[in-house]
Design a protein around this ligand. Structure first.
Ligand code: SAH
Ligand code: SF4
Length: 435
């Protein structure tokens, strides 16, 4: 997947900018007497049942919330007419509100990619929620090729295979498999989801790093990005083939609890399959170790941002490597119990002259083989950003790198750059509103 690039060709008055007025649907009456705003969106079935019991109601009313918020997409307490009116009023008086994240602004690319600023959840009266970035890529960007995603259904539990992938001399080929459904799938798309506002990891080539860490997103804000985009594109769970990649702003494994709570919501309450979700980490070892303990029914696939052929170069471009060098990361990854046909993805950003040489490709192949993991490499040509002193690799260098890996027996795919004209490509999500 790709999430963001700055391109000077886009100007403030560009017709590609679509401003959606985002009025506060609550009419501003969402604050309780003690000034607290309590979002319901993001709570799972269990938490909602507890809330109902505390409110003196039967626990099964929690299920009514689940149905209303996560299946029907209702955005206002008052719309949940399955709940008695006095209960709705009581909850509202206590500051409870659905507070479902919604799209505040849309940027449309000529290639069909859309980048959104999604309004997050405000915590109290004074705090206005910052927006977060989410990207919709129709047809995806080939990031999921060859990692065991294809051939598995979108809905949970797994539906019959929808597509399969084979290799021939030209590389991977998508072959549509029979669709065992009355309703044709309308969408085949990838949504790139953010986990934090900004990021603390400080990779030298990444624009998000320039923001520093501003805050963690709540589980509701992470899952809410997905549902906001589902609404916009009228995605139907079980019919449309949508992959999720947690590769937007932020380091998911440094917001582990909320990230995994969002995944559980999306699987359990919304009905998505974790086999159509991929989380990417810069190599936060304690996070990978926790992830390895997650039950398979809630565990997305794993991508590691390798980005360099050895520790020396990786340390230069990813300071986090000093804390957790490559060997420590791959050791932790080996604890993950992979599903049949599942592969670990190694993301590799090609920086012109720094990481894109043929000898680097040979080194990467050796490194990947040494891990003993079923793996593939996703190559991403570096997307430039202001104030970052790297260069994009030459197309010939990219192709040579890919063919060298393949020649070494390592499956390697090149990510299609998506949404470059709207700053929507990898590593440059920075809440860019202006040019
Ligand atoms: N923090 C996580 C996920 C978000 S970054 C991580 O680092 O894995 C998603 C991917 O974008 C990572 O593989 C990262 O290496 C890549 N990336 C970051 N900046 C980039 C840039 N300027 N051009 C291309 N890819 C970039
Ligand atoms: Fe953070 Fe990922 Fe960017 Fe590194 S590449 S700074 S971990 S978002």
């Amino acid at each position: 997947m790709q999430c963001s690039i700055l391109n000077p060709a886009v100007t403030r008055d560009s017709s590609q900018f679509v401003r959606l007025d985002a009025p506060d649907p609550s009419g501003g009456s969402r604050v309780s007497l003690d000034g607290r705003r309590r979002p319901l969106f993001g709570l799972d079935a269990e938490a909602l049942a507890v809330l109902m019991v505390e409110a003196g109601e039967p626990a099964w009313r929690g299920k009514q919330f689940v149905e209303a918020m996560y299946r029907q997409g209702l955005a206002e307490l008052n719309e949940i007419t399955t709940l008695p009116k006095p209960l709705r009023q009581k909850l509202a008086a206590e500051g409870w509100q659905i507070d479902r994240p919604r799209i505040a602004q849309v940027f449309q690319s000529v290639d069909g990619t859309e980048r959104y600023l999604v309004q997050g959840q405000a915590q109290d009266q004074d705090q206005t929620a910052q927006t977060v970035e989410t990207v919709w890529m129709p047809e995806g960007d080939d990031g999921e090729s060859g990692d065991g995603a294809d051939g598995e259904g979108q809905e949970n539990p797994g539906a019959p295979g929808l597509a399969s992938e084979t290799w021939d001399s030209d590389g991977p080929q998508h072959q549509p498999a029979p669709v065992h459904s009355e309703r044709p799938s309308r969408h085949r798309a990838t949504i790139c989801v953010s986990s934090q506002v900004g990021c603390a990891v400080n990779c030298q080539f990444c624009l998000t790093a320039k923001l520093g860490l501003q805050r963690n997103l709540s589980a509701g804000e992470i899952a809410g990005q997905v549902l906001a985009v589902f609404d916009r594109h009228k995605v139907e769970v079980g019919r449309d083939r949508v992959n999720l990649v947690f590769m937007g702003m932020g380091e998911p494994f440094l917001n582990y609890e909320n990230f995994m709570a969002a995944v559980r919501l999306l699987v359990q309450e919304v009905g998505l399959s974790p086999r159509r979700m991929t989380v990417s980490t810069s190599g936060i070892v304690p996070g990978i170790e926790r992830f390895a303990q997650e039950p398979p029914e809630f565990r997305p696939k794993l991508a590691i941002s390798l980005n360099a052929p050895n520790d020396r170069i990786r340390e230069e471009i990813m300071p986090i490597n000093r804390k957790w060098p490559i060997e420590a990361v791959t050791y932790a990854v080996r604890q993950v119990k992979l599903r049949p046909r599942e592969r670990i993805t190694f993301e590799y950003v090609l920086l012109g002259g720094v990481t894109d040489q043929p000898e680097h490709a040979v080194e990467v192949a050796r490194l990947v083989r040494r891990t003993g993991l079923p793996a593939k490499v996703n190559l991403i040509a570096w997307n430039p950003g202001p104030g970052i002193a790297y260069t994009t690799p030459r197309p010939e260098a990219v192709e040579k790198f890919r063919t060298t890996l393949i020649g070494e027996g390592i499956p390697a795919y090149l990510r299609k750059p998506r949404g470059r004209d709207i700053y929507a490509a990898c590593g440059q999500l920075k809440r860019t509103v202006e040019a």
